[in-house]
Design a protein around this ligand. Structure first.
Ligand SMILES: Cc1cc2nc3c(=O)[nH]c(=O)nc-3n(C[C@H](O)[C@H](O)[C@H](O)COP(=O)(O)OP(=O)(O)OC[C@H]3O[C@@H](n4cnc5c(N)ncnc54)[C@H](O)[C@@H]3O)c2cc1C
Length: 395
């Protein structure tokens, strides 16, 4: 067992914060370096299934999340034009009973704030802002994180939790660009009350249409309705992957969709329509050296079509903590961590991309046929939701 080591984490996203909190609880000396001048997350929702809730509960944050989250009744797949229900599986009690933790819909900013507060309570001052990692020097004694502002920080371990454009990954595995998937995501959040006649159930709805799909669900005690609408399109800009676009373009992208979606789009603030160009990375092994490793989007960025990117990042943190606990030396711990994360995270990337093909199929009949042969709830329960990163055997 590695008792106490000095850990530098690059990136204070959901993955970096969850990992920091796990490692701090085990007595490691952790510092997180974040490039941004202030902490925060985008104004959007996030789904947190039982596999990730185990980590949140382990950190003692289950009740706090529950106070702000929405526990959806069901997950329902519909045709986007008619609203016809294709399949639905229960989430609320059924999910918690089967997997030992609830399925929640949460506002990202709430989750991020709760995790950051936990980290700060465990080690005040451990999150350093305005520190953009530019590279690292590794030798047999340790690893030195080098920052654009001139700071150099030596520690026993460096964790790259620095997201899709990870500097740590680029240095370790060579600079390459994440792959644009051809899918753009419109993300909006609107007051829920005026739309309740169109969205009467507290559930997650996934709308499918040729060449696109969308997801809607409630957050923040059901006061807000979150909508992510995906369309296949050219990337709007090479430089920026997140862009404000005209409301009229948003409306046109979902022309012909059912009245509930139209009402939602009509209620959106015209100046608050943003698109994200969705990128992935093909799963590759060997993401650790003797002193440096990666987690979250930095190494296994996925399409969000299983809603598991952040969940994987949070699982990573818990498994990394346990791998350090279980190993005699740091290199062995990082190898154990990676060995136990590669297959699972690669499967999430693969299956999320496959979902994109299914949800966007041009043939309505093909969608209906595929759903008639598959039970989405049972499938996901059999390998995705039933994983507990705090208990799964590591070998
Ligand atoms: C439309 C959409 C919907 C999604 N829905 C879900 C969902 O419902 N459930 C789910 O689990 N996942 C979902 N995801 C995926 C999820 O958002 C990501 O997988 C997750 O946020 C990744 O977390 P991370 O901490 O690895 O990376 P990030 O959130 O990208 O955080 C990286 C952090 O590192 C910082 N950073 C970057 N470079 C440097 C540097 N050089 N030095 C210092 N700091 C640096 C960044 O500023 C940032 O704070 C969704 C994604 C999208 C696009």
């Amino acid at each position: 067992m590695i008792n106490k080591c000095k850990v530098t984490i690059a990136g204070a996203g959901l993955g970096g914060l969850a990992a920091a909190a796990c490692l701090l609880l085990d007595g490691h000396e952790v510092e997180i370096y974040e490039q941004a001048p202030q902490l925060g997350e985008v104004g959007a929702g996030i789904q947190v299934s039982a596999n990730a809730m185990h980590v949140i509960r382990y950190l003692g944050l289950g009740d706090e999340i529950a106070r702000q989250a929405v526990r959806p009744e069901a997950y329902t797949f519909c045709m986007a034009d008619t609203g016809e229900v294709v399949q639905s599986f229960e989430l609320s009690e059924a999910h918690e009973k089967a997997h030992g933790a609830p399925y929640y819909h949460v506002h990202r900013a709430d989750l991020h704030e709760i995790l950051a507060a936990k980290v700060e309570s465990l080690r005040p001052g451990c999150i350093k802002l305005n520190h953009r990692l530019s590279g690292y020097d590794e030798d047999a004694d340790g690893v030195t994180a080098v920052f654009a502002n001139g700071a150099r920080v030596k520690s026993d371990v460096l964790v790259g939790a620095d997201g899709l454009k990870s500097v740590v990954r680029a240095q370790m595995k060579g600079a390459d660009n994440p792959i644009y998937t051809g899918d753009l995501a419109w993300r909006v959040m609107v007051p829920a009350a005026p739309l309740r006649e169109h969205f009467p159930r507290i559930q997650q709805t996934l709308w499918m249409s040729g060449g696109g799909h969308a997801v809607s669900y409630f957050v923040r005690n059901a006061e807000l309705l979150n909508f992510v609408g995906i369309v296949e399109k050219e990337k709007a800009s090479e430089e920026s992957w997140t862009l404000r676009r005209p409301w009229e373009e948003f409306k046109a992208d979902f022309a012909g969709w059912n009245p509930a979606v139209q009402a939602l789009i009509d209620s959106v603030d015209n100046d608050a329509c943003y698109v994200w160009a969705l990128h992935i990375r093909e799963p590759v092994p060997d993401w650790s050296t003797a002193r440096v490793t990666l987690l979250g989007d930095a190494i296994h960025a996925t399409l969000p079509y299983l809603a598991q990117g952040a969940a994987m990042a949070m699982e990573d943190g818990a498994v990394l903590m346990r791998a350090l606990r279980q190993s005699e030396d740091i290199a062995g711990a990082l190898a154990l961590y990676e060995r136990n994360r590669f297959e699972r995270t690669a499967r999430v990337v693969r299956e999320s991309s496959a979902n994109g093909k299914l949800f966007h199929h041009r043939s309505r009949q093909a969608i209906l046929d595929a759903f008639s042969k598959r039970d989405m709830g049972a499938e996901r329960s059999s390998w995705l939701f039933n994983y507990n990163p705090l208990l799964v055997e590591l070998n």
